[in-house]
Ligand binder design. Structure first.
Ligand SMILES: [Zn+2]
Ligand SMILES: [Zn+2]
Length: 137
């Protein structure tokens, strides 16, 4: 019985992760909480930690950012906006070709952690507006 309830909660939590964009555990808890008042913060944190350990989801570490979770487990890179901190996926078409390949030093490569930083479209628009406003003043 308890196991069934845990499975249902896990489904809700991982479902929310699918819709969210690399949230922190706290952000995901807040999103889950809006629809499911009975799910505790401890449950959300535990499900995330266990799922990451099982390889069902990814834990994302990017410098300058809190630990975040990602429902996309296929190898991909991330870009973080230096202005608002939002994180998006970057598809690197040739990344997959590297997996399973042996490096020059004889390492077999099976995972990658690659982070970029930049400026998101919203912040670019906002900054362009600021420049315009600044120009007028
Ligand atoms: Zn931004
Ligand atoms: Zn991602």
């Amino acid at each position: 019985m308890k196991k069934q309830r845990n499975t249902a909660q896990k489904r809700i939590i991982l479902g929310a992760l699918e819709c969210a964009d690399h949230p922190t555990a706290t952000e995901l808890y807040e999103a889950v909480r809006r629809e499911n008042e009975h799910i505790s913060k401890a449950t959300v944190f535990r499900v995330l930690a266990q799922s990451a350990e099982n390889g069902d989801i990814l834990k994302v570490h990017l410098c300058g950012s809190d630990e975040r979770y990602d429902g996309t487990v296929a190898p991909h890179a991330h870009v973080r906006c230096v202005y608002c901190g939002r994180i998006k996926d970057v598809s690197l078409p040739r990344t997959a070709e590297v997996f399973g390949v042996k490096s020059a030093e004889g390492f077999e490569i099976f995972s990658a952690e690659l982070g970029f930083s930049g400026c998101c479209p919203d912040c670019a628009a906002r900054r362009a507006e600021e420049v315009k406003a600044g120009g007028r003043a």
